[in-house]
Design a binder for this molecule. Structure first.
Ligand code: ACO
Ligand code: KIV
Ligand code: MG
Length: 519
């Protein structure tokens, strides 16, 4: 291994699964292990074989199936655990036993061992593991709260007993970057035999510093990072695989280290781990969050459209995403709206765009996100005829105790009129109110509502079809308030009906009918 190569040790299936509620099925574990193997993870910690029959079986099967990765199992500092682990990994092309014991004062108190007794146990158990497997990792659990002299002493013992990797766990996420770098550096400088082994870093995120601490440890000389997909793990989680891998890739100028990871597989495995563990990824999670490559604000969207590097430090394709997304919302500007129209196949002059933009902002103020269908609905809403009738205001009372009433204010050719009407439900009351203000012979042929997007704040698109003397007129409207959308669609249909009437005024049609032909 070259000095600038950092091994990626993934413990999603062991430490990650220890998160309360994250238990995965056997098949899910096999599938995730296959994905980890395929994306270039160097070591997969597949489980804790003594923990249960299920864990043993998962580690064994993963060991049998792995193609490139080393398969590792966890074991406490006792022969039974170590034997069971050796048995589980025996069929791996490359297997590793990882044995550990808590070395800090707090953790030494649990088995009630003196420093000397613990030192002897470490020697015995690491030697035993090494007799069963030539790839042995040893961890002084809670290393970052272990006395310096004792930590050096036990690491030296483990190395002498045959450990090939020394992992320095920050079990409770207590350390900070400068300390993390310094600890590894000083251990490598101080402990006899340190140059013959690989030092690893295993950080937890209790103070939100797991990634920073892991990278600092690498700067201090660690050459294996222990991590999990999506940062899954005990309490606040472990170092996130995607974060350290992408940090090393993007900031290779100041951290000149490489990994064997195919980063384009990151999104896929992130989604799979999220569904298998039942732990959704938070929207603003680095690298794999839904918003990691999404920009809603106008200034950012405009910048992104002109040069993606203005607001993105890595390409979404590099982590396996199809591309950047520019969701439209209340912070968006014209540039993104025009870009969206282009992708939807609409070409608009500047004045049309300005008009649409005003209505778009109005909608966005009432709605979290404006989706493609919302935009199409807004465009269609504007595709209207000369309006005889215009809605001014509508207030509806509805609920279990009828009758439902609608207070409607409308203008008819510019003259304001108002009425209160009742009906069988809020929409019926509204339509009755319209009819009272503007009586017409149009028969309701169709009334259709659908939510154009998901969520209770979705726009409702309402279609209304009226038929009068063989003339058909349809009206459409969209609004986050279904009754308002219904009123607008109904009024829209009547306006069109009025135009149809005028266009086919008695005499007109007859004149245009092929008079000459019929004589
Ligand atoms: C920081 C970490 O992530 S460490 C890994 C934590 N992961 C897990 O614990 C998940 C799997 N664990 C299990 O399934 C169970 O705890 C088992 C099967 C390992 C043990 O179960 P039990 O025998 O019922 O013991 P229990 O869990 O109650 O207590 C842990 C025992 O292990 C001992 N122990 C803990 N760590 C170590 C260690 N590194 N080496 C030796 N003994 C240890 C404890 O002192 C305690 O011993 P005791 O029963 O003599 O008091
Ligand atoms: C088992 C050890 C390495 C561990 O997970 C920790 O200390 O956090
Ligand atoms: Mg851990």
């Amino acid at each position: 291994m070259t000095k600038d190569r950092v091994l990626i040790f993934d413990t999603t299936l062991r430490d990650g699964e220890q998160s309360p509620g994250a238990t995965m099925t056997h098949d899910e574990k096999l599938e995730i292990a296959e994905m980890l193997d395929d994306m270039g993870v160097d070591v997969i910690e597949a489980g804790f074989p003594i923990a249960s029959e299920g864990d043993f079986r998962a580690v064994s099967e993963i060991a049998q199936r792995s193609k490139n990765s080393t398969i590792c199992g966890l074991a406490r500092a006792n022969f039974k655990d170590i034997d069971r682990c050796a048995e589980a990994i025996k069929d791996a092309g490359s297997g590793r036993i990882h044995t550990f014991i808590g070395t800090s004062p707090l953790h030494r108190a649990i088995p009630n061992l003196t420093m000397d007794e613990m030192a002897d146990k470490i020697h015995e158990t690491v030697s035993h593991a090494r007799n069963l497997c030539d790839n042995v990792q040893w961890s002084p659990m809670d290393a970052t709260r272990t006395e310096w002299d004792y930590l050096c002493r036990v690491i030296e013992i483990a190395i002498k007993a045959g450990a090939t990797t020394i992992n320095i766990p920050d079990t409770v996420g207590y350390t900070a970057p400068a300390e993390s770098a310094d600890l590894i550096k000083r251990l490598i400088e101080t402990v006899p035999g340190a140059d013959d082994v690989i030092f690893a870093t295993h950080c937890h995120n209790d103070l939100g510093m797991a990634t920073a601490n892991a990278l600092a440890a690498v700067a201090g000389g660690a050459r294996q990072i222990e991590c999990t997909v999506n940062g899954l793990g005990e309490r606040a989680g472990n170092t996130a695989l995607e974060e350290v891998v992408m940090a090393l890739k993007v900031r290779n100028d100041i951290m000149p280290f490489s990994t064997g990871i195919d980063t384009t597989k990151i999104m896929n495995i992130s989604r799979r781990v999220a569904t298998a563990s039942g732990f959704p990824v938070q929207f603003n999670k680095a690298i794999v969050g839904k918003n990691a490559f999404a920009h809603e604000s106008g200034i950012h969207q405009d910048g992104m459209l002109k040069n993606a590097e203005t607001f993105e430090i890595m390409r979404p394709e590099d982590v396996g995403l199809a591309g950047t997304s520019l969701p439209l919302g209340k912070h968006s500007g014209r540039a993104a709206l025009r870009a969206k129209l282009d992708t939807l196949g609409y070409t608009m002059a500047d004045n049309q765009l300005n008009d649409l933009f005003v209505r778009f902002k109005d909608l966005a103020d009432r709605k979290k996100e404006v989706f493609d269908d919302d935009i199409v609905a807004l465009i269609r809403q504007n595709d209207t005829v000369e309006d005889v009738l215009k809605l001014k205001s509508l207030r509806v009372v509805c609920g279990t105790d009828g009758p439902q009433t609608a207070d409607l204010v409308m203008t008819v050719e510019g003259v304001e009129k108002s009425v209160t009407a009742t009906g069988d439900g809020p929409v019926d009351a509204t339509f009755n109110a319209v009819k009272e203000i503007y009586p017409h012979g149009g028969r309701l042929d169709l009334y259709q509502v659908h939510a154009v997007t998901k969520g209770t704040d979705a726009q409702a698109t309402v279609s209304v079809k009226l038929e009068e003397d063989g003339r058909i007129a349809t009206g459409q409207s969209a609004d986050t308030d279904t009754v308002v959308a219904s009123a607008k669609a109904y009024i829209n249909a009547i306006n069109r009906l009025i135009v149809r009437r005028e266009k086919s005024a008695p005499g007109d049609d007859i004149k245009s009918v092929n008079y000459k032909d019929s004589v």
